[in-house]
Design a protein around this ligand. Sequence first.
Ligand SMILES: C[S@@+](CC[C@H](N)C(=O)[O-])C[C@H]1O[C@@H](n2cnc3c(N)ncnc32)[C@H](O)[C@@H]1O
Length: 243
Amino acid sequence: MQIDVVTIFPGMFPGALGCSILKRAQQAGRLRVTVHDLRDYTHDKRRTVDDRPYGGGPGMVMRVEPIFEAVEAILGAEATTQHRNGARTQQTILMSPQGQPLTSALARRLAGMDRLLILCGHYEGVDERVKRVVNLSVSIGDYVLTGGELPAMVLIDSVARFLPGVIGHAQATAEESFADGLLEYPHYTRPKVFREMAVPKVLLSGDHEAIGTWRKLQAMAKTLASRPDLVTASVRNEQQRGS
Ligand SMILES: C[S@@+](CC[C@H](N)C(=O)[O-])C[C@H]1O[C@@H](n2cnc3c(N)ncnc32)[C@H](O)[C@@H]1O
């Protein structure tokens, strides 16, 4: 998968992309991330990307022209002339607190695309006309960050995990939190007892059926305790499927 990122802070990316699983995914050729400096698409001496908002008010707004130029240079002129460049295998994504919430299901869907172009906002956000080139706005949560770079990195990481071969054990993404609407069961490793806290006996039993049942019950209990909204959503989905 090819991911292009357009940002005014390209220096923020090498750290997150140059470590651990994201680094290995790129080395193995499963993921390619190209970070573009939005200021390279400006034409004035000061490489200006923002301006004061029409109608007044605090803060600055990111200008539409450099963003259109960047998108055209990266994806081709048709990306800005066709409303919502709709190729199924390509998405232009704006990171925004007003966007669709990032979920495991969305990350999995995006992992099925050939190419993503991610736009990182700053200041008060981007000129609304940028929406012409955007297929999808994505929020990483109901809070406001100073810029779209950290959200873009979160999105890249969440998508990369679903690319074939990126997580060593395919089962890992099938059994983790949200995969089946529940939070994941608890994990333990050595030692068997630590400061009087013992590993549950069933996990030492070697009885895989019993372990499976215990894990399912634990996942249900955890989800009910921490995220009852997930249980409600799952019940609603089942009811809808049944009706
Ligand atoms: C300070 S925010 C702008 C917030 C905007 N004025 C509003 O109230 O909706 C600047 C940029 O950070 C990014 N950003 C901030 N919070 C985000 C979130 N929760 N999810 C995704 N992107 C976010 C977006 O790219 C946004 O354009």
